[in-house]
Design a protein around this ligand. Sequence first.
Ligand code: BMX
Ligand code: ZN
Length: 346
Amino acid sequence: MTDVIAVDLGGTNIRAARVDAGGKILARDKIATLADEGLKAVVGRIAVLVNKLKKASTVAVGVGTPGVPDPETGIMRLPAVNIAASEEYPLTGEISRLTSLPVFADNDGNLAALGEAWLGAGVGEHVVLIFTLGTGIGGGVVIDGKVYHGHHNMVAEFGHVSICYSGRPCPCGGTGCVEAYASAAALGRDARDTVRKLPAGHTTALLKLCGGPAGVDKVDAKMVCDAARDGDELACKLLDQCCDWLACGIGSLINAFNPSCVIIGGGMALAGELITSRVTRILDKGRVFGPIWKDCTLRLARLGDDAGLLGAARMAHQALEGTQEHAAAPRSARKSRAGRRKRGKR
Ligand code: BMX
Ligand code: ZN
């Protein structure tokens, strides 16, 4: 039985796993991304991981990345904003050169959606949307088990759906993007700003969790969720506001896609019910066309951190089978794969 190496390129860590065609993880490893060193150095580290994990049974590599790799050339068409020097970088070609394997790549949100639709919270669903809440907000659409990429393979950038006409600026160049309001990074930022402005003597669990006024810089989204779980008033207010903004984005996309299911994933989804109950309550009250919402369920991701990895594995297997035409791979890799098949190897 053949297998592939799945890679999940994150802002902090690169995670990789050898995965069989049924989605079983056979081995895994990770390494720090060190994103400031630029994508070229990062790709060198990806290759080290792949070469460590690959076996004679390994037939391809699947990579999930922020930004958008060109499906034909594997060059970064939309740079990853959290990885330096990623613009126009030949992502799949370089990894292929360093590992001697065909490489396929797609956006991390798309692959999280594919992973959940394959083996997680979206199994058997007709139209699945995912929102991954992390440094940014990733998005993905899977229809009947296949990623929907749009006319020029540029979607789904759900984080950059605007929820405010003259709102916060976003690194993408847009205004009022939901990512600038409801990502884990945005919630952490809002919490720090709010705690800094508290009048003297005001108590909040957030101040205790960060070790007092000197530790306010450490306040993050996880602390807000932990404090909200314990009923802290300020943390609950921050989370209410964040989920209201998130529901605004989710409601608009439900109106656009009429999904059978919306999945909330990413690191912040570990807060579980705290997020889904708030978003559901807001959607029940409005922000979405009622009859469309009635037909849809909102769920937490089931694969946790492995959604993107399993999606990357699924993409590579699908690409090899020729059912996922848009997967990014350099033509040379496709040729060498065809050549191997002709020669009857692997
Ligand atoms: C950004 C965007 C998406 C990515 C999302 C989540 C860019 C343009 N990245 O919105 O492609 O899916 O972040 O990524 O670089 P995370 O790693 O921040 O969770
Ligand atoms: Zn944006």
